[in-house]
Design a protein around this ligand. Structure first.
Ligand code: FMN
Length: 198
């Protein structure tokens, strides 16, 4: 699959079944995804993989922090929506000359590359944030250390073949691209005639 096709046909997949990549295959794909732009080559991210009943422990942790009536069973069921849950952890290098926002950008670049690579192999994925990204109990049970941040999870598996035909219509983004010469012309037009210092 060429890169344009991969970008245009990838969709977030809500419904995912088996098979999912094995641990070795996942590591292989992450290695390839880590070729994404990363200022300083810091790799400021890591994954924690959960399969099967591993998710029950995380569901119980999420229930501890639930501010609504959702119970552990409901939360755990949501975590079982795909055969593989890859928790994405942002691990910035504190005090580094590369600012944290650039490190977060690198983590996002890597994640998109990973989703494209999964898609090119016939797997589907969806990046989910929600309560997982806010839960202190989830942080603890997943072993995050100070300075790390939960960026949510990638649900990974195999999508229903019917969902692969839902290609998103392309938007007109031309208004989001500005020519600098038009900016200058616009700014110059705003200066009243004769106001320039001699
Ligand atoms: C940082 C991030 C967080 C997201 N969190 C959620 C989420 O919590 N729940 C969800 O259903 N989708 C989530 N998504 C997926 C987006 O909803 C999805 O990418 C968007 O609707 C566009 O759909 P597409 O990926 O199929 O083009 C998230 C995406 C990103 C990049």
């Amino acid at each position: 699959m060429d890169v344009t096709t991969a970008i245009l046909t990838r969709r977030s997949q809500q419904v995912l079944d088996g098979p999912s990549p094995g641990d070795e295959e996942f590591i292989h794909l992450v290695r390839d995804a880590s070729a994404a732009p990363d200022h300083g080559r810091l790799r400021p991210w890591r994954f924690v993989l959960l399969r099967g009943d591993d998710r029950d422990v995380l569901g119980n942790a999420l229930a501890e922090d639930a501010e609504d009536e959702q119970n552990a069973r409901q939360l755990t069921a949501k975590l079982h929506r795909a055969p593989l849950t890859a928790i994405l952890v942002f691990s910035p290098h504190a005090g580094h000359r590369i600012p944290e926002w650039e490190q977060l950008a690198a983590a996002s670049c890597m994640t998109h590359s990973l989703m494209l690579l999964l898609h090119s192999r016939g797997y589907g994925s969806i990046w989910r944030t929600g309560r997982l990204a806010r839960s202190a109990s989830a942080r603890a049970v997943l072993g995050l250390v100070e300075g790390e941040q939960l960026l949510g999870s990638l649900d990974i598996g195999t999508p229903d073949p019917a969902s692969l035909h839902t290609r998103r219509p392309q938007e007109d983004v031309s208004a989001r691209v500005t020519l600098f010469r038009d900016v200058i012309r616009h700014e110059t037009a705003k200066v009243p005639v004769g106001s320039h210092a001699a």
